[in-house]
Design a protein around this ligand. Structure first.
Ligand SMILES: Nc1ncnc2c1ncn2[C@@H]1O[C@H](COP(=O)(O)OP(=O)(O)OP(=O)(O)O)[C@@H](O)[C@H]1O
Length: 509
């Protein structure tokens, strides 16, 4: 094989954690290599070494036979290596075009450049609104802007870190098609993903990582999924199975339960006067899981923010256990027993510069369990966090590490653990399985089921339709800031839901 990229003997440690252990890889232009591995396996670290965010402790990277020193992301771009991260790095106050052209000399930012951006958009079927700022964009659109930014810089190696996790089901197929086009054009694409079916669809080879080592680089077409999964998980069993339909029925008999949450006729306007939520009405009973399905950017995030107090509705009312909380502060809602797992864990869920145990106590200081004799007890904080770290299998199992030192999946577990503990009446989760490996996904779903089982109402918002259908007792579909229908997940079809997801405003009841 004519290898364009040659990675030899890469090692990278963070203190005692050996994140990469003698990683070797040969890859050619015009192929798509999936990188598969459990949370914490070293996938992001390897990608970060390739794009110069981290310097390896040892090892070598060659491009076209020449050793290269990738000392920064800017150097990586010079070498034609770009990466789309799970957490985007766009400037919120700027438009798509301004972001794509940022840092380029003015000679490269004229009409020709703008035409090329639009051409790339149409080549890859990317729907991007060029008139709005990034802060106003739904996550899926931000991702498309990030990709355009890399494509505009003519990358020949593009690393995509779980790119479909922010996309709605209907957006995935066109996106994958776009990636295949990129590969056909000679780009070497690394596709980090936890989704075996997607890997099967998009990748030529799969590189399986485990505990910082490469367990194998195998052709996708001839490698059974079971073999990929076994290499990824070692001899550990994959996640426990979930819940039988019978058990789900037994749990979800909430017909006589009281309403935990009632949202009545809620409207939300953005500063420009556009209606983000329109006369939205729904209810969640105690012990019930109400799923919210919908294409990203149809008001789901804003719904979660209005319920948790991060945004104030323009009109309408919100009741928790029969008491109106429409104008209550965020702190008052937390005190009332609302737990919230936000979509953007980095921006809203965690303080990365604080330790795991400090993050566990975040916004809960003052609760009896963290206090002793009227003072904050560091010991209680440590003990509570140690228990949670063990129960949620957070790795590395050290509550005194900064949250920034944990992999994305393990950071997610911290937020979930903290919010589950807070949710005495209502748990609102947005994209809770994003970035989690198969085992961790099962684990998180089971935690959420257990919360509902204890009598807490759960609002489960996700673009992962299969997960929503699997876990929810009822599913409300959102489009254009409204609920377009409520369905029984046992008696509905994907087509029915698809229709509700794309219902035009005038078709909405
Ligand atoms: N900046 C850092 N400081 C300390 N430890 C780190 C740092 N970055 C990663 N690690 C550790 O290195 C190991 C590999 O992490 P990495 O983020 O590469 O995993 P991953 O395979 O991308 O996981 P995920 O699927 O959860 O994103 C983990 O044990 C993680 O805790």
């Amino acid at each position: 094989m004519d290898s364009f990229l040659k990675v030899t003997g890469i090692d990278k440690s963070f203190g005692a954690v050996r994140a990469l252990h003698n990683v070797n890889l040969l890859a050619s232009k015009g192929e798509c290599i999936a990188i598969l591995g459990e949370n914490g396996a070293g996938k992001t670290t390897l990608a970060s070494v390739l794009i110069g965010l981290y310097q390896p402790d040892s090892g070598e990277i060659k491009l076209g036979g020449t050793p290269v020193s990738v000392t920064s992301p800017a150097k990586a771009i010079e070498h034609g290596i770009g990466m789309i991260h799970q957490h985007f790095s766009l400037v919120g106050a700027m438009t798509a075009e301004e972001n794509i052209l940022i840092g380029l000399p003015s000679t490269k930012r004229g009409a020709e450049a703008r035409a090329r951006i639009r051409q790339l958009c149409s080549d890859f079927d990317f729907n991007v609104d060029f008139d709005i700022r990034v802060t106003e964009m739904p996550v899926g659109m931000k991702q498309r802007v990030e990709i355009l930014k890399a494509l505009f810089r003519d990358v020949s190696i593009l690393i995509l870190d779980e790119p479909t996790s922010v996309l709605a089901p209907t957006e995935v197929a066109p996106f994958l098609k776009g990636v295949r086009k990129l590969v056909a054009n000679g780009c070497l694409v690394f596709f980090i993903s936890h989704k075996l079916d997607e890997i099967r669809e998009i990748a030529d080879r799969v590189m399986i990582m485990r505990h910082g080592r490469v367990e194998g680089v195998l052709p996708v077409a001839t490698t059974p999924m079971a073999q990929m999964s076994a290499l990824m998980m070692g001899d550990k069993p994959t996640g426990e199975t979930v819940e039988t339909p019978k058990a789900k029925k037994a749990r979800n008999d909430t017909s006589s339960a009281a309403d935990a949450l009632v949202v009545s006729d809620v409207c939300l306007m953005d500063p420009g006067g556009a209606e983000i939520l329109q006369d939205l009405t729904l209810s969640v009973k105690a012990g019930e899981i109400l799923g919210i399905a919908g294409i990203d950017g149809n008001g789901q995030t804003e719904l979660s923010e209005v319920i948790t107090g991060l945004k104030r509705q323009t009109s309408g009312a919100i009741h928790l256990n029969g008491t109106e909380i429409s104008s209550a502060s965020i702190a008052a809602r937390i005190a009332d027993g609302i737990g919230f797992v936000p979509e953007d864990r980095h921006a809203e869920g965690l303080v990365l510069s604080l330790t795991v145990e400090e993050n566990m106590a975040f916004r809960s200081i003052g609760e009896d369990r963290f206090m002793s004799g009227g003072l904050i007890s560091r010991r209680a904080m440590h003990e509570i966090a140690s228990d949670v770290v063990a129960a949620f299998d957070i790795r590395p199992p050290d509550p005194k590490l900064n949250a920034s030192a944990l992999s994305g999946g393990n950071q997610q577990k911290i937020v979930l653990a903290r919010e589950v503990a807070r949710a005495r009446n209502l748990l609102v989760v947005v994209q809770p399985t994003k970035g989690l490996d198969v085992g961790a996904t099962e684990f998180v779903q089971n935690q959420i089921r257990a919360v509902a089982h204890s009598g807490v109402g759960v609002l489960y918002i996700s673009t992962e339709l299969e997960h929503v259908l699997d876990i929810s007792d009822r599913v409300a579909v959102m489009a254009f800031g409204r609920i377009t229908g409520v369905v029984d997940p046992e008696n509905t079809t994907l087509q029915d839901i698809g229709l509700l997801m794309t219902a035009a405003p005038e078709e909405v009841l």
